[in-house]
Ligand binder design. Structure first.
Ligand SMILES: Nc1nc2c(ncn2[C@@H]2O[C@H](COP(=O)(O)OP(=O)(O)O)[C@@H](O)[C@H]2O)c(=O)[nH]1
Ligand SMILES: [Mg+2]
Length: 414
């Protein structure tokens, strides 16, 4: 089975800083604090779209950075919250943390979403820090930083276009001509009935996964059993490209025979939309047969397209037609895999680590403005509120030990 992989860097926005400001008005001597809160930073969200079927677009763009929240303003005005950044992925995308290899989510159905990085919370403005003891607080919070991470995306490719036709029509040649696949051309031995898969990238946003399905007719004729992977691909296939051999004695008889066999094998398969291509147009004999075949097919409501897989002539219009039909085709059947959602842990929590110089506290605590007086006291309150003090005591901190937070060092005194 073909697996598509991509590594992307994602980074959510930081929260806007809270503001320190005092109300000012003519003739009013000392106004109260009115510094507004910062806005929230943007999340990074992965979202499933069934209009995408490969991870190919991430070869062109692999860095996603969400916007930061706006600063708080005067008059208690809150800073602008940043819009979230949505990254579209195909159904069936498994999302891993590239560093820990932890599976973060398995995105299956259209519109499924997974928040991979949360935007930072905005810092609170000084309006919140007024108290009976301090009516002119010079404290505000900094916005919480955003998160960054490297993600590995993995997708098991499932064909959305099946290539059918009689043996020797040129199915494998067509697949090889339009994709990176290198199937065996002619004399295909029926020992291995895994379909040949290939990806055709038309442009940044449009790609097709095609499967050459030799076993369906050829294998079934020979009484060879079809493997699970094979059946899955046939069922997931949403449209078919029916290749006619331009050198066959009676291409229309082949056409009818193949369609009958498709319906016998699986009635749903017979109902899928078909693009009929008339192959081997590089040969004069094919050119001679073409006008009649064209008329016959048009009578039956098809719009046949003449091509040569060998000389790669007129293949692009066939692929674009397939893209068009896929957009109208019914939803593919869902895979058996159940989605796994792991909500991200709250990064506002803190962690404590023992280092040679002292106890390192990481997390929410680093949000305080140190530039303003009053902040040390507020900081100590915050520490006990968050449970940092208790955690340090439990971890065995001793009188006189150093506590390291950001660029600052404090001496522990109980
Ligand atoms: N002249 C010509 N020969 C072709 C063309 N496409 C395929 N063939 C030949 O037809 C034979 C069967 O092709 P293949 O792709 O294996 O057909 P499949 O059995 O449908 O997969 C091979 O000898 C190919 O080289 C074409 O456009 N023009
Ligand atoms: Mg073949």
């Amino acid at each position: 089975m073909l697996i598509d992989e991509a590594e992307i860097f994602v980074s959510s926005g930081r929260g806007g800083d809270g503001m320190v400001h005092f109300h000012r008005e003519k003739y009013v001597n000392r106004g109260g604090p009115d510094g507004g809160d910062g806005g929230r930073g943007g999340n990074i969200i992965l979202k499933v779209s069934h209009h995408i079927n490969t991870l190919g677009s991430f070869r062109h763009k692999s860095r996603f950075v969400a916007d930061n929240g706006g600063r708080g303003g005067i008059n208690n005005s809150t800073g602008r919250s940043a819009a979230h950044t949505e990254i579209l992925v195909p159904p069936g995308t498994m999302v891993f943390d590239a560093e820990s290899s932890e599976l973060l989510g398995d995105l299956v159905a259209h519109d499924d979403v997974l928040v991979v990085c949360r935007g930072g919370r905005g810092g609170r403005g000084n309006q919140h820090f007024a108290s009976s003891h301090n009516q002119a607080p010079r404290t505000a919070e900094k916005g919480e930083p955003g998160e960054e991470r490297l993600l590995r995306l993995e997708l098991k490719l499932i064909a959305d276009v099946g290539i059918v036709g009689v043996p020797n029509a040129g199915k494998s040649s067509f697949l090889a001509a339009v994709t990176n696949a290198r199937p065996k051309i002619a004399n295909y031995p029926f020992t291995n009935l895994e379909p040949n898969l290939g990806v055709a990238e038309l442009d940044m946003h449009n790609s097709l996964i095609l499967a050459d399905i030799p076993g369906l007719i050829e294998g079934a004729h020979m009484g060879v059993g079809l493997g699970d992977a094979f059946l899955r691909h046939i069922q997931r296939t949403r449209i078919l490209i029916h290749v006619l051999d331009g050198l066959a004695e009676d291409p229309m008889a082949d056409f009818t025979q193949t369609n009958n066999e498709l319906s016998l094998f699986d009635p749903n398969l017979g109902k899928k939309a078909q693009i009929v291509v008339f192959n081997k147009m590089d040969m004069p004999e094919a050119g001679e047969r073409w006008p009649q075949v064209k008329t016959e097919l048009e009578k039956r409501g098809y719009l046949p397209m003449p091509i040569s897989a060998l000389t790669r002539q007129d293949l692009q219009p066939v692929l674009w037609k397939a893209i068009e039909l896929l957009k109208e085709a019914p939803e593919p059947e869902m895979s058996e895999a159940l989605p796994v959602y792991r909500p991200m842990e709250d990064k506002r929590a803190f962690s404590i680590q023992k280092e040679s110089e002292g106890w390192r506290v990481k997390g929410a605590a680093s949000m305080t403005y140190w530039e303003y007086d009053g902040s040390i006291r507020r900081f100590q309150k915050l520490m006990s509120f968050l449970g940092v003090e208790d955690a340090l005591r439990q971890a065995g901190i001793q009188e006189g030990d150093m506590v390291l937070i950001g660029d600052f060092e404090l001496e522990w005194q109980d």
